[in-house]
Write a protein that binds this ligand. Structure first.
Ligand code: GUN
Length: 284
């Protein structure tokens, strides 16, 4: 059999259309959500990501303000965050990661007003996710859950193995899925026998940045496979899954590109609108 493609690109377009409509309504009433991005340093991939965020903002019609520094001290960056926190016209603040070594990412993330934390990375928001108190989720985990939901793939009662333990993906995703009633196993580079843990899973979510990492022998028949991997190659972006063979054994599979990537981008926009609405509610 051949797996059904989980079409993240199509779903992301649908979500962006709905968000554009919301933005049009806000504008009719005289206001517009605004995203501020902050980029430090010369990492080419980070530059690409920030440019995509600008393009997406333009597409759905939100306002956008970009800050770029070849270099900046931690103190000055904190002062910028304070300024953006205090500005009423800024609804979301995104500091692109990774930051240069002389800046402590946690110190920066901790400073962002949790109500403007469109990434869902601040310690307050991460803690609230763990306790099932938040609806502001980091973009990639949120995109993964949304795409599973769209295709009615059951999460409650499922065995899910995540191959990623990062603060951005694996840890929040595990918390979200546990809160939804899944039995979650998180594996990583120090795990003794990864295959043992993936072969039992109803859903395997992989994000390790290694081409062809997940092979057909690592999954069970009819498993659902979600590829969060991104590797830039001569042929473009490639994921972690050996697609040709895994797609013959899985029941559902995300492609790369066109799977989780566009969903992550759409979720940032959705988070911005959520932050905007929360701030409006607070101001009432
Ligand atoms: N670096 C890689 N992914 C992300 C992301 O989703 N948000 C931010 N701020 N930085 C990143």
């Amino acid at each position: 059999m051949t797996a059904i493609i989980l079409d993240g690109l199509a779903l992301s377009q649908k979500i962006k259309n709905e968000l554009s409509e919301k933005v049009r309504e806000y504008k009719k009433k005289g206001s517009c959500p605004k995203l501020a991005t902050v980029l430090v340093g010369n990492d080419p991939a980070s530059r690409v990501y920030v440019n995509l965020k600008k393009k997406d903002s333009e597409i759905i019609g939100i306002d956008y303000e970009e800050y770029y520094f070849e270099d900046i001290s931690e103190k000055d960056l904190l002062a910028l965050i304070d300024e953006l926190n205090s500005r009423k016209d800024i609804n979301g603040i995104l500091v692109q990661m990774p930051l240069p070594n002389h800046i402590d990412s946690n110190t920066i993330l901790e400073r962002i007003d949790p109500l403007k934390d469109v990434d869902g990375f601040s310690p307050i928001n991460v803690g609230r996710i763990l306790l099932k108190l938040s609806d502001l989720f980091p973009c990639t985990p949120k995109g993964v859950v949304k795409i599973l939901d769209e295709y009615k793939i059951p999460i409650e009662g499922s065995d899910i193995t995540i191959i990623n333990r990062s603060n951005i993906i694996g840890k929040p995703l595990a918390a979200m899925l546990i809160n939804m009633g899944a039995t979650v196993t998180v594996v990583h580079s120090k795990t003794k026998n990864i295959k043992e843990k993936t072969r039992n899973a109803d859903i395997v979510i992989v994000g390790v940045g290694k081409v062809d990492f997940l092979t057909a022998d690592m999954i069970k028949e009819k498993a659902v496979v979600v590829d969060v991997g991104i590797t830039r190659s001569e042929e473009g972006i490639v994921g972690d899954v050996k697609f040709d063979e895994v797609s013959k054994k899985a029941s559902y599979i995300t492609p790369v590109p066109g799977g989780v990537g566009p969903m992550t981008r759409a979720m940032l926009l959705e988070n911005l609108i959520l932050c905007y609405q929360k701030q409006k509610d607070c101001a009432r």
